[in-house]
Design a protein around this ligand. Structure first.
Ligand code: FAD
Length: 471
């Protein structure tokens, strides 16, 4: 089947980016169609229910926002009463103790030898930055860690933890994406916290966040997707070929759509191959990313006292496969089929060629480590272990990324294809839900300019949007 007429805007993918674009196109009264390969809205921000009735997200998703528009849509999606609101409580598990996050601001929790090591490293790093500013300009993420935090914090937490998350050696990564994401230590504050023994927990953009009462994070995107006119949305159609000359997209089942402009939220490495002749195939091979395994563990009983108020915990040590564990029923008790009588933990483990994972035994390795780390008091009470692998989960900010990605985005634009979103634009620093939604929304604002936007702030000025509240 071929659509007889040319569609003004064809949007590829119904994750947050595609939905941001489609909702804005609808508001502006333009001609559009949304095509999604999967059976539902939400992409990587969707949720699923396992065969024991536990709800899971695709990794720990936290709703926080840099945008007034995004907040307005969140309210619209679930109404003001559809949410639980939480204070962030995140922790690091290290040497059999919890240290509040940010780790470097809570060194008083460490044993004296580690604490001394960390403080000494921080002091030396600060002195080196002052005395030798020139050689201290880091060339990669690994050097940035060492020069910012010094030997102790780098060895105990920053290096092992970051390798566990990114599955990429820090020497292969850039550091410009960091911006507001990591608390850079203030030596005075570190010393004060050691003297007073007081935890410093309130830091960063996601101090508070909201979470849907029912249906997990995916409920938001399902609700927004259902606000779109159904006749303009096609689910279950995977686009496999794009002809940039004809401006035609073809699905795996042979259906085709003609378009004027294509907003693609498919991963850029896939787009390069789907629309041949625009960007060299070798670019696709050089884009670095990692996979994530989500292993959810559902239990009978009530949440143990020590986990009752915790949101998520980071794990730098090598005894566990996971880098992060979310106490998922703390986000909403409804994430368990019997709220209040069951609870759940959701773990994330990264995978790449640099960091392979034993996939067959991962579920068992996860449960064993949860017991060992004291998170799972009685494994006989486990009633569900659910495992999903996300083949593309983190777009790695690898060295040389922008020199590869930016010309590719421009080459596609010259042919009427606008590649946006977490993997569409491959910019981790603007790859959260709020950013992704904004990328879709702002792309429409720019294309349908009618005196409106001249550029897309989220894509073109990540530092700016990340450091302010965006109207
Ligand atoms: C482990 C993990 C943890 C995260 N934690 C957070 C968090 O705490 N807070 C936060 O805000 N965000 C978080 N995110 C990010 C969030 O999931 C993304 O911001 C968001 O999903 C990106 O939206 P997107 O639309 O750009 O891409 P996606 O969600 O990937 O959506 C793209 C859509 O396009 C479809 N598609 C792809 N190719 C085709 C094709 N050829 N034909 C048709 N359809 C196609 C896909 O099926 C998919 O539905 C996390 C992500 C992961 C993986």
């Amino acid at each position: 089947m071929t659509s007889a007429h040319r569609i003004e805007y064809l949007v590829l993918g119904a994750g947050p980016t595609g939905l941001g674009a489609a909702l804005r196109l609808e508001e502006k009264g333009l001609g559009w169609r949304l095509i999604e390969a999967g059976p539902r809205f939400g992409g990587l921000a969707s949720s699923w229910v396992d065969d024991r009735g536990f709800t899971w997200d695709l990794g720990g998703h936290v709703q926080f926002s840099h945008y007034e528009t995004f907040d307005r849509y969140m309210d619209l999606a679930l109404g003001p009463d559809g949410w639980h609101r939480h204070e962030r409580e995140s922790w690091v598990w290290l040497k059999n103790r919890f240290v509040p996050y940010p780790f470097q601001n809570n060194l008083h929790r460490l044993d004296p030898a580690d604490r001394e090591d960390c403080v000494e490293g921080l002091r030396k790093a600060a002195a080196a930055r002052t005395l030798h500013p020139e050689p201290c300009r880091p060339r990669n993420f690994g050097e940035w860690i060492d020069q910012t935090f010094g030997e102790g914090v780098a060895r105990l937490f920053m290096r092992p933890y970051n390798f566990k998350v990114w599955a990429t050696p820090p020497e292969k990564m850039d550091f410009h994406w960091i911006g507001e994401r990591v608390a850079v230590p203030d030596l005075k504050a570190v010393t004060r916290s050691i003297e007073t023994g007081q935890d410093q927990v309130s830091w960063g953009p996601n101090r508070t966040f909201r979470f849907p009462k029912r249906g997990g994070t995916g409920a938001v995107w399902e609700a927004l997707g259902r606000r779109l006119p159904a006749e303009r949305v096609t689910l279950g159609a995977e686009i496999v070929r794009i002809d940039p000359d004809l401006r035609q997209a073809t699905a795996a089942d042979g259906r085709t759509w003609l378009y004027d402009r294509l907003i693609s939220t498919a991963p850029l490495n896939r787009l390069v191959r789907m629309a041949p002749g625009i960007v060299d195939d070798r670019v696709a091979d050089r884009l670095v990313y990692s996979a994530t395994h989500v292993v959810g563990v559902g239990m009978d009983g009530t949440t143990p006292e020590r986990l009752k108020t915790k949101c998520w915990i980071y794990f730098p040590e090598s005894n566990s496969p996971y880098y992060r564990v979310t106490v998922f029923t703390n986000y909403s008790p409804e994430n368990a089929p019997r709220p209040g009588a069951q609870w759940s933990l959701m773990t994330e483990t990264s995978e790449s060629a640099d960091k392979p994972v034993r996939r067959e035994s991962l579920a068992e390795d996860t449960v064993r480590a949860l017991v060992e780390d004291g998170l799972l008091p009685d494994r006989r009470r486990v009633v569900s272990v659910a495992h999903r692998r996300l083949p593309q989960a983190y777009p790695t900010p690898f060295l040389g990324r922008d020199a590869l990605v930016d010309p590719a985005l421009r080459a596609f634009e010259a042919r009427g294809i606008f590649s946006r979103g977490r993997f569409g634009a491959w910019k981790y620093e603007v790859g959260n839900q709020d950013h992704s939604f904004a990328q879709g929304y702002e792309c429409v604002e720019r294309l349908a300019a009618d005196g409106g936007a001249e550029y897309e702030p989220t894509l073109f000025t990540p530092d700016l949007v990340n450091n302010r509240r965006n109207p």
